[in-house]
Design a protein. Structure first.
Length: 219
């Protein structure tokens, strides 16, 4: 995972912890929240891994029960080890396995972000996160006005906060920081939406960013 991608994810966690008084935060306070964000990632990863382990144990117990209840094993003497039996892949098990795979994938990504943030690239990661936060602080009115303009009549205060924060980060990068390619900024905004927000968020965010790109000649 690239340092910039880690920075965007940490920036999103940082934004989620900021209230509407972002203009009152100092750079030092931003730095403290970045460190807190890394802890949040690590703690969430631990919790999700525990959840995955619980689900795996549940599946293991169900398989053991299925094996024990098989007619061929019910006929065996008590105390004799059960014989393996064919196991059909039920939709219930498939759903649980899919859930575990999703948890593991997100956890690995979160750990990767945290690892990047504390290794040799930590200064670059932290600096870019702070740059995003400071840029939004400086241009928050213009950025929120842009989101409001393209939200098709929706009151910005009623939008999903995660969606607003992803848009704030992306627009700050596209219009003011201008260090990353447009396509990278947009693609990674959509990835954040898929990972952290609702099912409809990706299309909503993509639509607004497409208008920002077009109206500002960024394509």
């Amino acid at each position: 995972m690239q340092a910039r991608r880690a920075s965007r994810e940490l920036a999103l966690i940082l934004f989620s912890q900021l209230d509407n008084k972002i203009i009152n935060y100092s750079e030092k306070e931003f730095e403290e929240i970045v460190l807190k964000s890394i802890r949040v990632l690590s703690n969430n990863s631990t919790d999700e891994l525990k959840s995955a382990v619980t689900s795996l144990m549940d599946i293991k117990n169900k398989i053991a029960d299925y094996e024990a209840d098989s007619p061929s094993n019910l006929e065996r003497p008590i105390g004799v080890e059960n014989k393996p039996v064919p196991l059909p892949m039920t939709s219930d098990l498939e759903e649980k396995i899919d859930t575990i795979l999703d948890i593991v994938e997100k956890t690995l990504l979160a750990l990767e972000v945290a690892e990047i943030a504390v290794l040799d690239t930590q200064d670059d990661v932290k600096a870019y996160v702070i740059n995003i936060a400071k840029t939004y602080k400086e241009h928050h009115k213009e950025i929120d006005d842009i989101i409001q303009k393209y939200s098709k009549g929706w009151d910005i205060n009623r939008l999903v906060k995660m969606d607003k924060d992803i848009l704030r980060i992306s627009i700050a990068e596209l219009l003011y920081i201008k260090e990353a390619p447009m396509r990278v900024v947009v693609d990674e905004a959509l990835e954040l939406a898929k990972k952290y927000s609702t099912d409809d968020s990706s299309a909503f965010i993509n639509g607004i960013l497409a208008k920002v790109v077009m109206d500002n000649g960024l394509d």
